[in-house]
Ligand binder design. Structure first.
Ligand code: NAD
Ligand code: MG
Length: 372
């Protein structure tokens, strides 16, 4: 991962990163107002046709400012506006996209643009991976979660009625353009959910970044542009470096699931949608910190810091009471477990990952301590 910051007099500061994946390498640009900079997007569009996929919430806010300049420049722009929601990250939406592309006679040089949160990004990426066996696509993430997590790394896909994200492909975008100004319209709960993944990156990779998040959580919650830009860029750097080392999740990439074993159990146990993913991960990180301490991997102060930071990010810190047996059952079905004992991603110490199984006694103690 290489990075640089440029701040010409006429423009606000922008941060440029590069995801190093050989011939699949791509740039990430982060800054305020990128959605209103057509030249930036134009650079990554090779053919005449552009298909912008977005949803009914994002379209009225941002679609025109992306589409209009492309049209004015003579491009043939197709707008595909899907209904909003995780329940639409499915086969029907994928077919809606393919129908529109085929009716519009989109060829293999068509560039697809994902304008929205992680749902739009995952769906559009998978459509781009499979339409005519692969067309170029650009990620324009508009949620904090998508800017710090889902738009980077090339995991694309849809949900199946029998499981989340069960159908998909690894397919890297040509570029990621993260406009921090678009976060101004995000619901507070969605902002907090994105912060969970930011905190995660500090907890498993970079203790100094965790310190920085602690010191700046007030600014982040207030959507201070400079603070958000730093949180996004450091998160992208960390995720890009993990992905560079393990693009297809052969091993290392699993550390990005810190807090997720507990979190997935909460999401499933409460019924998908009741807790946002980031809320469940926030609480899951408190539980993972608690378990890390019980196994002697971190001190008690680290657990207290994690609980305080997750709370300050507007995320829940007390786990729901699903019943002990149900809790264990839900953690065992987590798809990241390949037979045998549950493998937890823990910290040893703060800022470093440690993958381990946990004795039943300590696990039960963590559940007892964290469930409200
Ligand atoms: P989302 O895409 O559902 O967006 C959350 C809500 O915010 C939606 O209602 C959306 O319409 C709205 N929204 C988006 N941008 C907005 C803006 N600028 N202003 C106002 N509202 C806006 O949810 P998400 O949290 O962005 O993404 C979650 C999805 O990402 C899940 O499907 C998850 O599986 C996936 N994901 C993928 C990866 C990956 O590596 N590919 C990683 C993490 C999560
Ligand atoms: Mg996650």
């Amino acid at each position: 991962v290489s990075s640089s910051t440029a701040a010409p007099d006429s423009e606000p500061a922008r941060i440029f990163l590069n995801v190093d994946l050989g011939e699949r390498s791509y740039p990430i640009t982060i800054g305020a107002g990128l959605l209103s900079d057509p030249a930036l997007l134009e650079r990554h569009i090779a053919g005449h046709k552009v298909a912008i996929v977005t949803n009914t919430t994002v379209a009225p806010l941002y679609l025109e400012r992306v589409a209009a300049p492309l049209r004015a420049a003579g491009r043939d722009v197709l707008e595909i506006v899907l209904p909003d929601g995780e329940q639409f990250k499915n086969w029907d939406s994928l077919m809606t996209i393919f129908d529109a592309l085929l009716e519009h006679k989109c060829d293999r040089k068509t560039t697809m643009v994902a304008l929205g949160g992680g749902v739009i990004g995952d769906l559009t990426g998978y459509a781009a991976a499979s339409y005519m066996r692969g067309v170029p696509f650009v990620q324009m993430p508009t949620t904090l979660l998508a800017q710090v997590d889902s738009s980077v790394g090339g995991k694309t896909g849809i949900n199946h009625p029998l499981g989340k994200n069960m159908i998909g492909a690894f397919y890297q975008p040509r570029a990621v353009l993260a406009d921090t100004a678009s976060l101004g319209t995000l619901a507070p709960r969605e902002l907090s959910a994105g912060l969970a993944e930011v905190i995660k990156h500090g907890a498993i990779i970079d203790a100094a970044f965790f310190d920085w998040i602690e010191a700046n959580i007030g600014k982040l919650m207030a959507r201070d542009p400079a603070a958000l830009a730093h949180a996004i860029s450091r998160s992208c750097e960390i995720k890009a470096e993990v992905v560079r080392q393990d693009e297809r999740e052969g091993g290392l990439r699993a550390i990005l699931n810190f807090g997720h074993t507990f979190g997935h159990a909460i999401e499933a146990g409460m019924g998908y949608g009741a807790w946002l993913h980031g809320e469940a991960v926030g609480c899951g990180m408190v539980m993972a910190a608690d378990l890390s301490h019980r196994l002697g991997l971190v001190d008690a102060a680290t657990v207290a810091r994690m609980r305080a930071l997750v709370g300050a990010a507007g995320l829940p810190t007390v786990a729901p009471d699903l019943g002990t047996e149900r809790w264990l059952e839900l953690m065992e079905v987590d798809k990241k477990n390949e037979g045998g004992a549950i493998k937890f991603i823990l910290m040893k110490p703060l800022g470093s990952p440690n993958i381990t199984s946990a004795p039943r006694e300590q696990l039960l103690a963590t559940l007892a301590a964290c469930v409200g």
